[in-house]
Ligand binder design. Structure first.
Ligand SMILES: C[S@@+](CC[C@H](N)C(=O)[O-])C[C@H]1O[C@@H](n2cnc3c(N)ncnc32)[C@H](O)[C@@H]1O
Length: 243
């Protein structure tokens, strides 16, 4: 997949994003509000504000970073969306000149960074922006290589009498990369939404955190804070900046 930039995913999917993804679980907002404990919050890959807007509605002072102007235009069009400060930048490396009690990156978005080095750099950028004792939360899937047959996968995400959403993926186990196209087929034509991820296991993320001076504080299986274990498909991990 050539010419895939930090803004590509968001710019291509912005018009459809909120139709494709459900509203955020209130348990997520409860946890983020609790971790912020009254301090300022930064979301990496804030997108259309699916999480930031309900968080701001609770009175939390939240701002975001995102590479996609099209996603931010969607955020701005929603009630309260103009009041949330957003910096258009790659969240791999940025300098906001202020520190936060909580920084979070949800919905597998840490994997939007395409190499291990970029992900390591992101942890360092986050650590620089955390107050002493501040937390970095990641919500992501646990890689499951059984999804692929001969390092490929074709699946039906949704289907009805007039349209289908297909997901076509190729897996590179050395680079830990999955290149996908979401393909929407309907009577009005065909749309392609490219997604390119570099996945990492929780243990690799923990090591990246340690390199940046962050220590694992919690790991849950979901926003409801259920116990994480060998069969968990997702994790919500919280790292704390050592003082
Ligand atoms: C899956 S969406 C998640 C949006 C929002 N956090 C949510 O949960 O609905 C990923 C977002 O991250 C942004 N993004 C992806 N890679 C990025 C990068 N390297 N730097 C900044 N933003 C990026 C995309 O533009 C998009 O808005």
């Amino acid at each position: 997949m050539n010419e895939y930039l930090a803004s590509t995913y968001g710019d291509r999917i912005a018009d459809q994003y909120d139709f494709m993804h459900p509203a955020i679980d209130q348990a997520a907002i409860d946890l983020l509000e609790e971790l912020a404990s009254g301090g300022p919050v930064l979301e990496l890959g804030i997108g259309t504000g699916r999480i930031a807007l309900p968080l701001a509605d609770r009175g939390v002072k939240v701002q975001g970073v995102d590479a996609s102007g099209a996603m931010i235009a969607r955020l701005r069009a929603k009630p309260g969306g103009k009041e949330i400060p957003v910096t258009i930048a790659d969240f791999r490396e940025f300098d906001l000149g202020e520190k936060f009690a909580l920084i979070f990156v949800a919905f597998n978005t840490i994997f939007a960074l395409q190499t291990q080095e970029e992900q390591v750099e992101c942890f360092r950028t986050v650590a620089r922006h955390l107050e002493p004792g501040g937390c970095f939360l990641i919500e992501a899937f646990v890689p499951d290589l059984t999804r692929f047959d001969l390092d490929q996968r074709a699946s039906v995400r949704s289907l009805d009498s007039s349209s289908a959403m297909l997901e076509l993926s190729r897996h590179d186990p050395v680079a830990q990369r999955v290149d996908s196209q979401l393909v929407h087929v309907s009577s009005s034509g065909l749309q392609l939404y490219p997604v390119r991820l570099r996945y990492a296991w929780p243990s690799e993320l923990d090591l990246m955190a340690r390199l940046a001076g962050l220590a694992l504080l919690h790991r849950w299986a979901n926003w409801q804070r259920e116990a994480f274990g060998a069969t968990s498909g997702f994790h919500v991990s919280v790292y704390r900046r050592e003082a």
